[in-house]
Design a protein around this ligand. Structure first.
Ligand code: NAD
Ligand code: IPM
Ligand code: MN
Length: 354
């Protein structure tokens, strides 16, 4: 098949992990006879430096015309002055809003070897297989903001329609899995959470085969570590989802392993690892590329409908997790490039065997 893929490398380790993702896509295209074209565009701090805009018009247009978007990461100390007029992260948020990708899918599956690297005891992490659906285009991230010399505000707003569509996404997914949805909110304090909870309860009535439980976000942060295997699909609002997914990534051994897909818009899906630009390790070849490579598998499956190819990439990552030298965050001393090479070799072997 033909597909046009926009690549947004961004800042810090963004370009390092994005190029690993592109290498895997190129190999899959060659192996399975597809015609993928890759176009790189500026986003984030890199785009501020070059164009004075974290999401320049050429990037916007390319994203709107693409079949899928692969993003590295944005941000870094260079652009993080709290008084800066514009920030790299605004480019990412504007892109998500532009594409209308309201459902951010963040799966967490534990590899046996990663479980040994998790700071939690292996009996705690045994059997963990969960997916977060994080609402991505609403809430406090996108509400009105004000700032004066002595005060600032961030408005948190959700409409019924915004909650309904992400809730349905979660319930539809749960139907294909273990049929359990945990809706996370702060309904004991926040009005938006009370609306969230009432919509969740109403939508659940359309899915009698799926169990719904409500959980407050503060205790959820604890339960994620004490009984993570009890969860199947976890649906939550934008900021709670941001925080809980970084926390949950540690169960698998490293933030560098977690992929994501941002779906639900009329056009392309956005695929990115959940981690940031990791300024502390940028340029040192220490970045774990596996979160991005697993995001590429999600891209193949969700935007291009290529499930055999996606399975091949996931099996190759499993093989490397089992047998390979990994990056430092997972206790190894391999470079980003060496881990990527190992995945490419494993893809080749899997495709050969298929
Ligand atoms: P971060 O995710 O960049 O890094 C947190 C820690 O995890 C660091 O110690 C880092 O070295 C490590 N880490 C992250 N990814 C790794 C990988 N692939 N391999 C090995 N180690 C990895 O979070 P931060 O330091 O709080 O944020 C840095 C910048 O990234 C900020 O400007 C922030 O806004 C931005 N950010 C961007 C995105 C994105 O573009 N999607 C996501 C999160 C944070
Ligand atoms: C993420 C990041 C972003 C978010 C930032 C960089 C805007 O933390 O993708 O998880 O908060 O959504
Ligand atoms: Mn985040």
């Amino acid at each position: 098949m033909k597909a046009s893929i926009v690549v947004l490398p961004g800042d810090g380790i963004g370009p390092e992990v994005a190029s690993a993702g592109v290498a895997v896509l190129r190999q899959i295209a060659e192996r399975f006879g597809h015609d993928f074209t890759f176009t790189e565009h500026a986003i984030g701090g890199d785009a501020i430096d070059r164009f004075g805009d974290p999401l320049p018009p050429a990037t916007r247009e390319a994203c709107l015309a693409a079949d899928a978007i692969l993003l590295g990461a944005v941000g870094g100390p260079k652009w993080s002055d709290p008084n800066a007029p514009v920030r790299p992260e605004q480019g990412l948020l504007a892109m998500r809003k532009l594409l209308g990708v309201f459902a951010n899918v963040r799966p967490l599956k534990l590899h046996p070897r990663a479980a040994a690297l998790s700071p939690l005891k292996p009996e705690r992490t045994k059997g963990v297989d969960l997916v977060f659906i994080r609402e991505l285009t609403g809430g406090i991230y996108f509400g009105a903001k004000t700032r004066t010399d002595d005060a600032a505000t961030d408005e948190c707003r959700y409409t019924v329609g915004e909650i309904e569509r992400v809730m349905r996404h979660a319930f539809d997914l749960a139907r294909t899995r273990r049929k359990k949805v945990t809706s996370v909110d702060k309904a004991n304090v926040l009005e938006t959470s009370r609306l969230w909870r009432s919509v969740a309860t109403r939508i659940a009535a359309d899915y009698p085969d799926v169990e719904l439980e409500h959980q407050l976000v503060d205790s959820m942060a604890m339960h994620l570590l004490t009984r993570p295997a009890d969860y199947d699909v976890i649906v939550t609002e934008n900021m709670f989802g941001d925080i809980l997914t970084d926390e949950a990534s540690v169960l698998a051994g490293s933030l560098g392993l977690s992929p994501s897909a941002s779906l639900g818009g009329p056009g392309a899906g956005v695929y990115e690892p959940i981690h940031g630009s990791a300024p502390d390790i940028a340029g040192k070849a220490l970045a774990n590329p596996l979160g991005t490579i697993l995001s590429v598998a999600m891209l193949l499956r969700h935007s291009l409908g290529l499930s055999t190819e996606a399975d091949t990439v996931e099996a190759a990552v499993d093989y490397v997790m089992e047998n390979g030298n990994l990056t430092r965050d997972l206790g190894g001393d391999a470079t980003t490039h060496a881990v990527t090479r190992a995945v490419l070799d494993a893809c080749e072997a899997k495709a050969e065997a298929a």
